[in-house]
Write a new protein. Sequence first.
Length: 117
Amino acid sequence: MPETVTGKLGEYFTQQYLRRKGYEIVDVNFKSRFGEIDIIAKNDRYIAFVEVKTRKADGLSHPFESITPSKRAKVIKTAQFYLMRYPIDLQPRFDAAAVFTRDGELEKIDYIENAFY
């Protein structure tokens, strides 16, 4: 399965996970000159900027290993840009989702709230 398809699948599974947790999906693949945010979701208290990393379940590395300091900085700058453009009275939060798939099916999601700041 091509990497872009795997990534989109992981974002889809993460959106389903967030909806089950009571979140509304506000935006997907929001881009700015600073970078991209995979999912922006909100509930009655938080606006969550979610970085999603997807890997095959039998992979050798954990998806969270690929969220580098540089990637975190890009997500934070993009979130700041988003909040300047679309002000909101919710507490911002940076979350990360590690999605594991097998044959295109969801195996497991590891989800960390406040993964970085």
